[in-house]
Design a protein around this ligand. Structure first.
Ligand code: URA
Length: 433
């Protein structure tokens, strides 16, 4: 088999066989195919697409390119949750404790921040002592003992995706449904959970800008998961505005603690409950309404909050920071963003808010950058809210004035104020099972 012939076949719009896809994935992972040939095949795929069978074959081959986690040492029902990436998205840190408190085994690997979107692992590392890299035996033991473990991705999970994603990133071939779906699902399949719920973001801060393309991506991923023997659901949710009020690592942990104390932002709370209820209903075959009620009870009776504390302690973190979030890292400097006109917030661009948080030090501009865990943004006004001159729209937090000034300039372009109250878009568009 020759990579040249595979490229030519896809260039001419033909369907690739399982063997051809596997040849490309495995040989490219082993550095036996040059980047320029892999780029040509990716571009041909971007332009001519892949059908469902090819997309499933690509996913399975990338999943098999490294370790396939066997979760059988875990007693009970395993579940995983994945978001396609958002700003202020801290739902995993609420959803995993809720579901674990109701007996689902949450053996979860998460990522770090990527560009303007934050990552669960960076958020957890803002808690003093929290260890995100325990070994597999300790990971299984902890899940068996307390029902939950949250760690960073192991080095060898779907290495083909890591390599192919890096190439897509620099060859303008990210935004293709088959390539995105296979990239995300290869990691989820390799991570081993039987029940998988995807939060597919839709809007200005997401890969998928409109409901139609988000639906297509969600349907493709659900089909792939089912073909690989998993119980699947995908919830399509709004990412036109940041989720909740806080953006930035320690600030987001504070908001997580608020929600687990049954307080905080209504929309964030609702999305956490919907995602938890979806996991519970596919894992236990529960009726959705019953699952939602049980998830809500876990917030009201404090059992989900206790589960987060157990998780933090088990992984070496200082659980006092959960009891008293004022102990979490804070930045020395802050700057208030005030309204300069009366009216309503027309929109807040999530991507610009995320980029502003990176400028403040909450994310990385390059891989080697360190994070200021206390840096970030608290939003006091969001889309549709009324504002009067002098009202606080947001407070920016950073370690120095230079960062604050740079971020202020950018953040000021993220929102618009107008006279009319805009129409509120739904938080949740639909669920695909
Ligand atoms: N996230 C991924 O893991 N892969 C993609 O292709 C896009 C988002």
């Amino acid at each position: 088999m020759r990579i040249y012939d595979i490229i030519a076949k896809k260039r001419d719009g033909q369907k690739l066989t399982k063997e051809e896809i596997d040849f490309f994935v495995q040989e490219y992972t082993k550095d036996n195919i040059e980047d320029y040939q892999a780029s040509a095949l990716l571009m041909a795929t971007f332009i001519n697409g892949m059908d469902e069978e090819e997309t499933v074959n690509l996913t399975e081959s990338m999943a098999r390119s490294g370790d396939m986690l066997d979760l059988s040492p875990i007693d009970g029902i395993t579940a995983d949750k994945h978001s396609t990436g958002g700003v202020g998205d801290k739902t995993s840190l609420v959803v995993a404790p809720i579901c674990a408190s109701l007996g689902v085994k949450m053996a979860k690997m998460s990522g770090r921040g990527l560009g303007h979107t934050g990552g669960t692992i960076d958020k957890l590392e803002s808690i003093e002592g929290y260890n995100t890299s325990i070994d597999t035996d300790a990971f299984f033991k902890q899940v068996n003992e307390i029902g939950i473990a949250l760690i960073g991705q192991t080095g060898n999970l779907a290495p083909a995706d890591k390599k192919i994603y890096a190439l897509r990133d620099v060859t303008a071939t990210v935004g293709n449904i088959s390539l995105i779906a296979s990239s995300i699902m290869s990691k989820k399949i390799a991570a081993g959970a039987k029940n998988i719920v995807l939060d597919v973001k839709c809007g200005s801060g997401a890969f998928m800008k409109d409901e139609e393309s988000a639906t297509q991506l969600a349907e493709t991923m659900v089909k792939i998961g089912k073909k690989c023997g998993r119980n699947m659901a995908a919830v399509i949710t709004n990412m036109d505005i940041p989720l909740g009020a806080n953006v930035g690592n320690a600030l987001e942990i504070k908001e997580v603690v608020d929600i687990l104390n049954n307080k905080g932002d209504e929309q964030l709370r609702e999305l956490c409950l919907v995602l938890s209820a979806t996991i519970l209903s596919i894992s236990y075959n529960w009726n959705y309404k019953e699952a939602y009620k049980k998830a809500e009870n876990a917030l009201v009776d404090g059992s989900a909050l206790n589960k987060l504390k157990e998780l933090v302690s088990a992984q070496g973190g200082n659980a006092d920071m959960i009891d008293n979030p004022d102990l979490l890292p804070e930045c020395k400097k802050s700057l208030e963003i005030l309204a300069h006109e009366n009216g309503y917030i027309q929109s807040i661009d999530s991507k610009i808010v995320g980029d502003s948080a990176v400028l403040l030090g909450a994310g990385r501009e390059k891989k080697s950058d360190t994070i200021d865990y206390g840096a970030g943004i608290v939003l006091y006004k969001k889309t549709c809210d009324e504002v009067k001159i002098g009202d606080t729209i947001a407070i920016l937090y950073a370690e120095d004035d230079k960062r604050l000034k740079n971020a202020e300039k950018l953040f000021n372009t993220s929102f618009k104020i107008g006279k009319e109250k805009p129409e509120m878009k739904p938080l949740i568009y639909k669920t695909i099972m």
